[in-house]
Design a protein around this ligand. Structure first.
Ligand code: C5P
Length: 218
């Protein structure tokens, strides 16, 4: 995925028309649109192809199954038009490798959740985040997902993965993280959902986030 604006829109609305309307409004400010279960269950998998007309689509299914099931999920997602998929790492190396091998067959990418952004991530995720980040490098992932809500974690994970892998970072806005802090701490992209799609003026909010990102990258 090409880094330009540094912003990924998390499209967690559940209606097709609303998703298309917001994509139309915001596509000039985003490098990708991330879709997950809420929208795909609400609007059907065809929404991936519809949104791909506006920006590359990241399928955030946090794939977390045995290798064969992961392969079937990824095949479906890439055939639907997704540019990349988000996978979990905790099911193990063989499960992650299956996602990456499938992505390679389609010329697509896999991003691995290294650490989640919500408070409950401290219950189980934190102690394994670094090992998952190491595994993402070893298995050939395109990058990892790491939390804007914990800039220290972002810095640690950036140190582990080096500069070749990318970091996409959710948790800005509704979850309390700040775009400029996340970018300064090592994120390539920030992922923003509710602050944009729940706003009365999604285009303006997206533009102001891009301006904040630019204020620390230029
Ligand atoms: O609405 P908000 O900006 O909090 O949306 C964040 C998005 O990023 C949601 O789709 C959420 O599922 C996703 N996400 C996250 N933390 C992760 C991975 C993905 O918040 N570690």
């Amino acid at each position: 995925m090409i880094k330009n604006k540094g912003l990924i829109l998390s499209m967690d609305v559940v209606e097709k028309q609303k998703a298309i309307m917001i994509a139309e409004e915001t596509c000039d400010s985003v490098d990708a649109i991330k879709v997950g279960y809420p929208l795909v269950l609400g609007a059907g998998i065809g929404i991936i192809g519809e949104l791909a007309r506006y920006a590359p689509v990241i399928a955030d299914f946090k794939v977390a199954d045995i290798p064969n099931t992961n392969k079937l999920i990824c095949e479906h997602v890439f055939k639907a038009g997704a540019d990349s998929v988000i996978s979990h790492g905790f099911p193990g190396r063989d499960s992650l490798s299956s996602c990456i091998e499938t992505a390679e067959e389609f010329g697509k990418e896999v991003y691995v959740v290294a650490e989640m952004s919500h408070p409950g991530a401290t219950d189980f995720f934190l102690p394994v985040a670094e090992s998952i980040a190491e595994m993402a490098v070893e298995c050939g992932a395109a990058g990892v997902v790491a939390p804007a809500t914990r800039p220290d974690s972002l810095k640690r994970i950036r140190n582990i993965i080096g500069n070749e892998l990318k970091i996409m970072s959710p948790g800005v806005g509704a979850q309390g993280g700040k775009a400029s802090d996340a970018i300064s701490s090592g994120a390539d992209w920030i992922i923003v959902g509710r602050s944009i799609y729940k706003s009365q003026y999604p285009k303006k909010v997206a533009e102001s986030i891009v301006a904040e990102i630019e204020s620390v990258t230029r």
